[in-house]
Design a protein. Structure first.
Length: 165
């Protein structure tokens, strides 16, 4: 009854996920790591970055930020759980070359700076700079449409259109 009187807050069901990095778009199946290419963590897309800045791909909340600063988890307003994993085997760098700009629990808007990293250092010390962007709660996703683009601009290029169940 109160919902009728005061209105129930409508939860967004559909959402556009914008590029968190600037660079070349790579299909998730082409990521040189089976954990990502075989979608063990979930479906998504990847970017080979040309600069060391990661911005939020959605309006949401930081729900995970690895102590090594190489990976960050965001829950979008629609409920999508998005993992951004900078480079491959970057966990072995133990945070060297990474700087965080947010904390777990922070509310963010699409385009807000999340972390910066030294791209040259990753090229030198890690297996790859390719950065997977994965929806980790795929069971809650009704549809996931990948946008056809070859280059991404952080905070601007539409990567994925997602519809939650």
């Amino acid at each position: 009854m109160f919902n009728k009187l005061f209105g129930k807050k409508e939860v967004k069901k559909e959402e556009t996920i914008v590029a968190p990095l600037t660079g070349k778009i790579v299909s998730i199946e082409e990521v040189p790591d089976p954990t990502f290419s075989q979608k063990m963590m979930g479906d998504g897309i990847a970017i080979e970055p040309t600069e060391g800045v990661v911005v939020s791909p959605v309006d949401g909340e930081i729900v995970q930020f690895f102590h090594t600063k190489h990976a960050i988890g965001i829950q979008s307003e629609s409920g999508a759980e998005i993992l951004i994993h900078v480079g491959l085997e970057t966990v072995n760098m133990n945070g060297e070359g990474f700087e965080g700009h947010v904390n777990v629990g922070d509310k963010v808007k699409a385009g807000d700076k999340l972390l910066t990293f030294n791209l040259d250092l990753i090229k030198e010390k890690a297996a790859s700079t390719v950065t997977p962007i994965v929806i980790t709660n795929g069971d809650a996703v009704e549809s996931l449409d990948k946008r056809a683009a070859s280059e991404a601009t952080k905070g601007a290029t539409s990567l994925l259109q997602i519809k939650m169940k």
